[in-house]
Design a protein around this ligand. Structure first.
Ligand code: 2BA
Length: 115
């Protein structure tokens, strides 16, 4: 009985390795392309429905394949906008490993046209 839906937001560079590892571990998932609201960069969201007892195994696979990376943002300076000479220092942002949400599933049905 499927009873949890794991929603995992991962970095695009981790997707291939994570997909392969989840498949090898026997987990089904759906992947959709997504965009982070802060950086506005492409990332990927995986929907993984599993029995409650498998949640920690899935999280472990995600943990092993999703890495933390440092990104640098260059803020637009008001001084530069008015013709000043000194660009502002880039701002360091740590992205990932992954954001994981675990939701209860009330029902999970595969529907066929003949049912
Ligand atoms: P983004 O929204 O593009 O965020 C990328 C990174 O920017 C974040 O990494 C975080 O380090 C930083 N960041 C985000 N919002 C910020 C803010 N208001 N002020 C300062 N820094 C900020 P992560 O935390 O690893 O998040 C990676 C991606 O996971 C996010 O991409 C977003 O797509 C998703 N995400 C994170 N938290 C979420 C949440 N509560 N609900 C839904 N999606 C979430």
């Amino acid at each position: 009985m499927t009873s949890r839906l794991i929603i995992a937001i991962v970095q695009r560079r981790d997707l291939d390795g994570l997909s392969k590892a989840l498949t090898e571990a026997g987990f089904s998932f759906t992947h959709v392309a997504s965009v982070g609201g802060f950086l506005m960069e492409a990332n990927d969201t995986l929907f993984i429905a599993v029995d409650e007892g498998a949640v920690e195994r899935v999280i472990q696979v995600i943990r092993e394949h999703c890495h933390t990376r440092t990104r640098y943002l260059s803020p637009i300076s008001p001084i530069l906008e008015t013709g000043g000479l000194f660009p502002p220092s880039p701002v360091e942002v740590q992205v990932g490993g992954a954001h994981v949400f675990v939701l209860p599933v009330e029902a999970c049905r595969r529907l066929h046209p003949d049912d």
